[in-house]
Ligand binder design. Structure first.
Ligand code: GLN
Length: 462
């Protein structure tokens, strides 16, 4: 059932919130053991929330669009009174003392939280294999990864273990798992959704966004969580009403060898994905003008991201020292306590990024790496800006390959990083991007999510 369908059914008293929640809880009981989608299920709270909804409906209130909608929440988004571990051991006992802005909004809107979902530790990864609590499996094929880092949230929606979900996207973590699991995922414009209460990974790139079964559902959720929040000074209130979509751009570099990666290798688009994109182009051409565009700096995006992101990660991770948050390993003195707590609480991929980030920020290297990467980031953002003077929306793949096997890439970080070559540019530029179940990705100018929904719906139904 979609959010839209549930809303109708509740209004017409065809179903109760309790029945719906119970059906999801049953599905979770049946499948979570195998898939490892949820790290924790809030059975009692969900039933209590459903009861409240049913009572309000019984007393004659008209249900809002999100009333009774059973959602899965990524484990890096704070829900007051619940553990938020970011799938890390070091936060294994951390109980959130406040609601994230998005959670507060969804609570007020009457949504129900089924549980917190598995992810790559601190959102660093592309397969959910970097969780300290075991990998999540792709519900469509259990030998394969669901993508990451919001793998649990995408798998929950794809496997029928939640009606919709929230994820976070720093370099592709909503869109790549959405593509791998065959669902819809939106990375909003940077600043469209408050990051207050999101466990930070790389603060200039992080955004919270919806994962849903349909474009319409993603739109409903996005509208419920967006907006300026005084607790996040980077958030903004912008509503674009002008909607005129005539031209769709296809970046030629995305489809030519060497066009998207300066590393060589790994960037040849899988023929299956090329075929999907070709079919979508054909469909879009019935309604829109298709134009080839050029984004020549795309090939530096991955390298740029892997300087800026670890730099921010190294700063954000400094707070997990065993003193202020989470699990402490007691030792003789303060320095030893830090070392032991971080050494045993933080996983290898996160550690790699702390090391990389500390290195690129260190005296003597800052200009060569971090400052230069910031310049490249500017060029990439400028490039999108000029592209959007020519076209209204850009069509791209989300990932270069279909879901890979569990274990296939885990020992080869560079190959793993290459899974994000098509998603990272939107984070660097701050523009919104929508992934469709087919794996196609649409990109729009800042705060023009509406264009994504419009074109997304055309592809979905048109
Ligand atoms: N997979 C990318 C990374 O490992 C993106 C992660 C994310 O968006 N949180 O950094």
């Amino acid at each position: 059932m979609t959010i839209k369908a549930l809303h109708e059914a509740l209004k017409n008293k065809k179903v109760s919130a309790r029945e719906v929640v119970i059906s999801y809880l049953d599905k979770i009981k049946e499948k979570n053991g195998e898939l490892n989608v949820y790290l924790e299920v809030f059975e009692n709270d969900a039933l209590k929330q459903a009861k409240e909804i049913d009572e309000r409906i019984a007393s004659g209130e008209t249900p809002g669009e999100l009333w009774g909608v059973p959602l899965a929440i990524k484990d890096n988004i704070l829900i007051r009174g619940k553990i938020a571990s970011a799938a890390s051991k070091i936060l294994g006992n951390y109980v959130a003392s406040y609601d994230a802005c998005v959670v507060e909004k969804l609570k007020k809107a009457g949504a129900i939280f089924l549980g917190r979902t598995n992810m790559d530790e601190f959102a660093m990864g592309s397969s959910t294999e970097n969780s300290a609590y075991g990998p999540t499996k792709n519900p469509r094929e259990a030998s394969r990864v669901p993508g990451g880092s919001s793998g649990g949230s995408a798998a929950a929606v794809a496997g029928g273990l939640a009606m919709a979900a929230l994820g976070s996207d720093t370099g592709g973590s909503i869109r790549q798992p959405a593509a791998f699991c065959g669902v819809v995922g939106l990375k909003p414009t940077y600043g469209a959704v408050s990051r207050y209460g999101l466990i930070a990974m790389a603060s200039s790139l992080d955004q919270i966004g919806p994962i849903a079964q349909t474009v319409e559902d993603a739109e409903i959720l996005f509208k419920a969580i967006r907006g300026k929040d005084e607790m996040d000074s980077t958030s903004l209130e912008i509503r674009n009403s002008k909607l005129e979509i005539k031209k769709i751009g296809i970046p030629k570099e995305y489809f030519s060898a060497g066009g998207v990666s300066a590393f060589g290798g790994g960037d040849s688009l899988d023929p299956q994905i090329q075929k999907t994109i070709d079919e979508i182009v054909k469909k879009l051409s019935q309604n829109y003008e298709i134009r080839e565009i050029s984004l020549p700096h795309t090939k530096y995006a991955l390298a740029c991201y892997y300087v800026i992101m670890p730099a921010e990660v190294s700063s954000n991770m400094a707070r997990y020292d065993g003193i202020r948050y989470g699990v402490r390993q007691d030792a003789e003195n303060l320095a030893e306590t830090y070392k032991k707590s971080r050494g045993s609480g933080i996983g290898l991929e996160v550690r790699r990024r702390i090391l990389l980030g500390t290195y690129v920020l260190s005296a003597g290297y800052y200009d060569a790496y971090y400052a230069r990467a910031q310049k490249v980031r500017c060029l990439i953002a400028e490039e999108f800006k000029s592209a959007f003077e020519e076209v209204d929306v850009i069509l791209a793949p989300t990932a270069p390959t279909p879901p890979f096997k569990i274990g296939e890439k885990i020992n080869d970080p560079l190959t793993m990083y290459l899974s994000d070559i098509y998603t990272i540019p939107a984070n660097l530029a701050g523009v919104p991007a929508l992934t469709l179940p087919s794996g196609a990705q649409l990109v729009a100018p800042h705060f023009e999510e509406k264009k994504l929904f419009e074109v997304g719906k055309f592809i979905e139904h048109g």
